[in-house]
Design a protein around this ligand. Structure first.
Ligand SMILES: [Zn+2]
Length: 259
């Protein structure tokens, strides 16, 4: 049997047995999968040294559909993204995104999720530090949307009714903004007009338009509020209460000190 070859990004690794590693990979052609990298932990293994978190390259895999654990035969690194590991905020943002892709990707392959992940990791590695808070939020919302969990921000999350301009109510439980009628019977967070516009930009604008519009920014206080909102939303709708360590770390960083 010949190995298949696919672009892949390392999402997670952990030791296995005496000398091997288990690698969780996002692949473009075969979705997210687990593979054993035999001998990758031997002291002088060049193969093992290439398998670093968030690295992207061409994976040679032996895949059997009937197995949960595939075999990684080789990994040729094309983009190691070392810049991500030199800055705790970049690294936290990238690993929080990787965690979402690892835990909540659909079973079947989705090349567009792979491409988005790859582009977001590049952006997080390259964006200037002064823009990191906004871009990190935009990147997180993009991946949440790509995984199929975008919040409702155009109409009421409960009944689809239009929501008037200005301040609005966000219901994490209902998955987005809610109209005034629905808000009365619910626990909501009041969102000011500016933060509502910011949320729309973060969720719908995409990271590219955020970078194009270099003047768009959030104050540290508002950025922190947006991170809390995103975190609550992801915990309830995407993770359904399960623990997300990288997301916890991302939310809890002392962001202000880095700006
Ligand atoms: Zn409503």
């Amino acid at each position: 049997m010949a190995p298949i070859s696919t672009p892949a990004i390392v999402l997670h690794t952990f030791p296995y047995g005496e000398s091997s590693k288990i690698v969780r990979l996002a692949t473009r052609e075969h979705g997210v999968l687990s593979a054993i990298a035999k001998g990758a932990r031997r002291p002088k293994s060049r193969f093992g040294a290439r398998i670093q978190l968030l690295s992207e390259g061409i994976a040679q895999l032996y895949i059997k559909q009937t197995r949960d654990l595939q075999t990684l035969a080789e990994f040729d690194v094309e983009n190691q993204r070392v810049d991500l590991s030199h800055d705790v905020v970049r690294y936290a943002s990238a690993t929080a995104i990787a965690e979402l892709v690892l835990r909540f990707s659909p079973e079947e392959p989705h090349p567009e999720i792979y491409q988005l992940l790859s582009a977001l990791l590049d952006t997080l590695a390259e964006i200037e530090t002064s823009r990191l808070a906004e871009v990190s939020l935009g990147a997180m919302w993009s991946i949440v949307g790509a995984l199929g969990f975008a919040p409702a921000i155009d109409g009421c999350a409960v009944d689809g009714r239009a929501i008037g301009a200005g301040d609005a109510d966000f219901s994490v439980a209902d998955g987005g903004l809610v109209c005034a009628t629905c808000a009365r019977a619910r626990e909501t967070s009041r969102i000011g007009a500016d933060d509502r516009a910011a949320l729309r930009f973060l969720v719908q604008g995409g990271v590219a338009s955020m970078i194009d519009d270099g003047t768009w920014s959030l104050s540290p206080k508002h950025a922190a509020a947006h991170r809390r909102l995103l975190s609550r939303f992801v915990r309830l709708h995407v993770a359904e209460g399960r623990e997300l360590r990288a997301l916890d770390f991302w939310e809890g960083l002392p962001w202000v000190a880095t700006s």
